[in-house]
Design a protein. Structure first.
Length: 397
């Protein structure tokens, strides 16, 4: 996955005279240094912030650190180190070799890659047409791009993945098309890159992505990957359903578009055939007055998966009566699932608290959540009902 890239380690941050990088020096001066496990990770996160932001805001600093969890010293001195170090004054002497490195990186041929060992086959195509041929020839291969989900099978379960098709080198899957009626996001677009196009017209999806994993994960995780896993607690599915999103699927012979409501058919199962790839997510733009909200209940704000999540859509007429409503929940069933009985109950009724409380009871009866390491079934049921009440509270006129 690092083919064609430069890998920078914490040992590489000193300049030619052996002086600490500014983020390292700031960590020393603010007493932000922690144990040997945590400090290198914090330093590299700050190094990335240093390279990408000049005088970052507190929000940007906090976001850059969400992938690093530790209790050794607390975050305050590390935040201070970031605020001190990431203010650039003129030429960065620690970047003296970058033009040379950039030239070397550009000289690497952008060709398809194949690695074969006694146990494994790794394929990294650079064209979509080639990738579609590969999935037809290797129907049992693991298809990855960022591998933020599949890689856990290796790091946690120590599995040997026999065949891997890595789509991260295909630029065709990373495009974003913004038209008057739809926004189309390539399946290989990182969540971080997609967020740039979502903030204004799709704020509920932007919010959900802002609490998706951490910045490090969002930088390589993709829309196609999150949908392809079909996880019942996948963060993007409920809110994408609320936006009436569609999924583009392509094979070597044809292309089809599937409403997201019909895409997931069972626990981690989708309608995607073995010879198909997810190529894009299509978001229809909303008419004026339509309200979409997203909610995520988790044990902590950052770097955590959902216990319960919700993606809700509402259209009211001029008399505050519900014309259309969509209530999609994650973490309440074996798939992302809509509260269809509550939706039917709402249509034609006033958007009043008394009506909402009746619908909350329907939501409670419609799902049979499980208890697991993240939560008990009773908590999930209560949380799902309360999210509906919160939705009313935030949208009531």
């Amino acid at each position: 996955m690092i083919h064609g890239k430069q890998l920078v380690t914490v040992e590489n941050l000193k300049n030619g005279r052996g002086e600490l990088h500014p983020v390292q020096q700031a960590m020393v001066e603010t007493n932000g240094s922690q144990c040997g496990y945590c400090t290198p990770g914090f330093v590299m996160s700050l190094f990335s912030l240093y390279k990408n932001k000049n005088n970052p805001s507190r929000e940007e600093i906090d976001d850059s650190l969400t992938g690093n969890l530790c209790r050794c010293t607390g975050y305050k001195p590390i935040v201070e180190a970031a605020a001190t170090a990431c203010v650039h004054h003129g030429m960065d002497e620690f970047s003296e070799h970058q033009p040379h490195i950039a030239t070397l990186l550009k000289s690497i041929p952008r060709e398809s890659l194949q690695l074969q060992t006694g146990e494994q086959l790794y394929l990294r195509p650079t064209k979509l047409s080639e990738a579609l041929s590969l999935v037809r020839l290797h129907p049992d291969a693991f298809v990855i791009s960022g591998a933020t989900d599949v890689a856990l099978r290796v790091t946690k379960k120590h599995e040997i993945l026999k065949e891997i098709i890595d789509l991260s080198g295909i630029d065709e899957l990373k495009s974003v098309s913004d038209k008057s009626d739809v926004l189309t996001i390539g399946a290989g677009t990182s969540l971080s890159d997609a967020m740039v196009s979502l903030r204004i017209e799709f704020p509920a999806l932007f919010y959900m992505l802002s609490v998706f994993g951490s910045q490090q994960i969002r930088n390589i995780a993709t829309f196609g990957g999150n949908l392809g896993t079909a996880s019942p607690i996948g963060d993007t599915l409920p809110v994408l359903m609320a936006y009436n999103a569609k999924v583009n699927l392509s094979s070597s012979s044809k292309r089809r578009e599937v409403p997201l409501d019909e895409f997931v058919v069972g626990y981690r199962k989708t309608v995607r055939r073995p010879d198909e790839l997810i190529t894009a997510v299509v978001l229809p733009k909303m008419k004026n007055g339509t309200i979409v909200k997203s909610y995520k209940v988790s044990k902590r704000k950052d770097l955590d998966i959902s216990t319960v999540s919700g993606g809700f859509r509402l259209d009211l007429d001029e008399n505050n009566v519900v014309e259309n409503i969509k209530l999609a929940y994650g973490g309440m069933a074996e798939t992302t699932k809509r509260a269809s009985k509550a939706e039917t109950f709402f249509v034609g009724k006033a958007w009043h608290r008394e009506i909402v409380e009746e619908a909350m009871a329907l939501v409670g009866r419609e799902f049979s959540p499980i208890s697991d390491a993240r939560s008990g079934a009773e908590f999930r049921s209560v949380a799902a009902r309360n999210l509906l009440l919160k939705f009313w509270y935030e949208t009531a006129k």
